[in-house]
Design a binder for this molecule. Structure first.
Ligand code: HEM
Ligand code: HEM
Length: 192
């Protein structure tokens, strides 16, 4: 399968970016939501936070690379029967998802660093502390992190529901073209 996207399907690189980012977001939520249920003195508590921060900062270059790749590539077109309001919703929700992919790692790093905490990269080395201690700034980025997480949940539910609706109700190829085993038939009256 080709690396680049075509007018009718996503290439392997976009798929790799998309599905690894989706999986890592899920892991991020698991780590941070599971952590408070661990016993107070469990060593895993520190490990869960270390992994949350390390995976979080790793997501920034991956998300940036996905965004640049998508901007430089031909975009897969939407089939002609997709209604204009659906095109608008798809574009808006994708743009917001890209924004969240950047906001979450940046706000997480700034919240922690303004608080005075270090960010270890998988226990290998500490990331540079680019800002000094500042309680108010830490509280600001902490709110941004929480609001971003809540917006993400809403957007992700909408995004997944839309993908499933296209597949099961609309019976079109929108979901299939983000999956490897797909042989596209020519699109009729392509849009976008
Ligand atoms: C895409 C990346 C990230 C996602 C999806 C994510 C997600 C979340 C979520 C859902 C929460 C819980 C928010 C709440 O309930 O108030 C949280 C909390 C937190 N995150 Fe992140 N995060 C990411 C990146 C980061 C990074 C890069 C850091 C630090 C370097 C970080 C540090 C923290 C900290 C310190 C908390 C607070 C934990 C607590 O209150 O016990 N996060 N994150
Ligand atoms: C089970 C979960 C998910 C499913 C089933 C899914 C499905 C899809 C599908 C089918 C498309 C292609 C839409 C099209 O052809 O126009 C797509 C695109 C996209 N998805 Fe997801 N997705 C999931 C999770 C996520 C998550 C968690 C994120 C963000 C962190 C995300 C971000 C995006 C973005 C930004 C695009 C647009 C790509 C582009 O620029 O063309 N997805 N998704």
């Amino acid at each position: 399968m080709q690396a680049k996207d075509s007018s009718s399907r996503y290439g392997i690189l976009s798929m790799l970016f998309h599905w690894s980012i989706a999986t890592l977001f899920l892991v991020q939520f698991y780590l941070i939501k599971r952590r408070p249920y661990l016993p107070e003195d469990a060593p895993e508590r520190g490990l869960y936070m270390l992994l949350h921060k390390s995976i979080g900062v790793t997501l920034l270059p991956i998300a940036l690379a996905f965004l640049i790749w998508r901007l430089k590539n031909l975009r897969p077109r939407l089939p002609g029967h997709i209604k204009p309001h659906e095109i608008f919703l798809a574009r808006t929700s994708h743009t917001l998802l890209y924004a969240i992919m950047l906001i979450m790692p940046i706000s997480g790093y700034l919240m922690s660093t303004f608080f005075g905490g270090t960010t270890s990269f998988f226990g290998l080395f500490n990331l540079p502390m680019l800002v000094g201690q500042n309680e108010a700034a830490s509280a600001f980025f902490s709110s941004m992190h929480t609001i971003g997480a809540n917006c993400f949940i809403g957007l992700a539910i909408f995004h997944i529901a839309a993908a499933l609706k296209h597949h099961f109700v609309g019976k079109n190829d929108i979901l299939r073209r983000m999956l490897p085993a797909y042989n596209p038939s020519p699109l009729e009256g392509e849009k976008e």
